[in-house]
Write a protein that binds this ligand. Structure first.
Ligand code: CP3
Length: 348
């Protein structure tokens, strides 16, 4: 962790202090909407090669900071490097997204070797060291991982899915063996995040992008409980490290994540009503969010009007401005510049 932590506005917000101006960063702030990313990506050839080449990954992580004045820099990587490091075959097919060698209900689980797993991911830790050396002192370094539920869906479906039939069938038919898979992901993800903090991440975010497809009991069991167990284990090594949870689509169940004393902040998807969040979530946790990324494609007055509404509703408590999901590739970079200047200049 950075010893100059006190001067980082995003970190201060995560410790519960209201900040003026409001700190901000954007999910997927590095990526295909930036021409300088596309250039480096073409040179690297393969997306995974980019993730595992520290020099390139450091450069890609820092690219957005050269254009915009954000308060956070997120590690450039992907949530699926965890199954990759567990030995599940992974490739990214141009235009089709990730494809994995699907894990079947009755298949043996990979045997976890902490040493081999962390060795496979050592380029990620090198990347974090490089980001730490290259980022301005007031910028918070953000590590991340996928939550066990979301990573399990990719492992079982073999990629993205519409209805998660295979994953839910396994979880509902054979709770015990599904728990073994979740436990494997708890073990590996806890080690992975602790190693990221060791390599210089000031904070970490846990992405549960598909939390919203689970009914209540399953949400508690497969999304919330594993996230809490991971936080508990990371904090055994790094007490007090701030953790942001992003249970996308969780609706009113966001309240359960925010109410947990161990989750420092909840990242809101764009569907969460602002007044409800201010009343029900902000008294218990820092909130982050939640501009619809497609408004960033639209730009102009509709973009800034919505940004104003979000700032007005949530900046009364500890708040970090972000999007409700990642920046999409068709986003004009100048809209990101306009939004960033607007947030920076905004006062109550
Ligand atoms: O936010 C950042 O800038 C950090 C980098 C980051 C990436 N993926 C880079 C990436 C982060 C935090 C992620 C998280 C991630 N990856 C999630 C959780 C957040 C979410 O979006 O819900 C998920 C579900 C994934 C899995 C994944 N990776 C998918 C479904 C895809 C294909 C879809 C797409 O946008 O292409 C990826 C590929 C991926 N991850 C790219 C990037 C920049 C595009 C790769 C390319 O350059 O072609």
């Amino acid at each position: 962790m950075n010893s100059e932590a006190g001067i980082k506005p995003l970190l201060s917000a995560l410790r519960g202090e209201r900040q003026t101006p409001v700190p901000f960063w954007y999910m997927r702030q590095a990526g295909r909407y930036l021409p300088e990313y596309r250039k480096l990506r073409a040179e690297a050839g393969d997306f995974l090669n980019l993730c595992y080449s520290p020099n390139l990954a450091v450069e890609v992580s820092l690219q957005p900071l050269r254009r915009y004045d954000m308060d956070g820099v997120i590690l450039f990587s992907d949530i699926l490097v965890v199954p990759d490091a567990l030995g599940i075959g992974l490739r990214y097919v141009e235009g089709e997204g990730p494809q994995l060698d699907a894990l079947g209900w009755r298949d043996p689980l990979p045997v976890y070797s902490r040493e081999k797993f962390l060795a496979h991911l050592s380029p990620v830790f090198e990347t974090l060291k490089g980001i730490n050396a290259g980022a301005p002192a007031n910028v918070t370094v953000i590590g991340f991982a996928g939550a066990p539920w979301t990573v399990a869906t990719y492992m079982i479906e073999g990629g993205s899915s519409r209805d998660f039939t295979k994953t839910k069938s396994w979880a509902f038919h054979d709770r015990q063996s599904f728990q073994s898979l979740i436990d494997l992901l708890i073990d590996s993800t806890s080690d992975y995040l602790a190693a990221q903090v060791d390599a210089g991440a000031d904070i970490v975010q846990i992405f549960d992008s598909w939390a919203g497809v689970l009914p209540e009991t399953a949400l508690q069991r497969w999304s919330l409980a594993p996230i809490l167990e991971i936080i508990r284990r990371v904090r055994q090594q790094y007490p007090g490290v701030p953790v942001i949870a992003f249970p996308r689509g969780a609706g009113v169940s966001y309240r359960d994540y925010a109410a947990s004393a161990d989750i420092s902040a909840v990242s809101l998807d764009s569907t969460i009503p602002l007044s409800w969040a201010a009343e029900n979530l902000q008294p218990h946790a820092v909130v982050q969010g939640n501009l619809d990324p497609l408004l960033l494609v639209r730009g102009g007055a509709p973009l800034l009007e919505e940004a104003e509404r979000i700032l007005a509703a949530l900046s009364g408590g500890p708040f970090i401005f972000n999007l409700g999901h990642g920046i999409v590739p068709q986003t004009p970079p100048k809209h990101v510049a306009a939004l960033s200047e607007f947030i920076r200049g905004w006062r109550v």
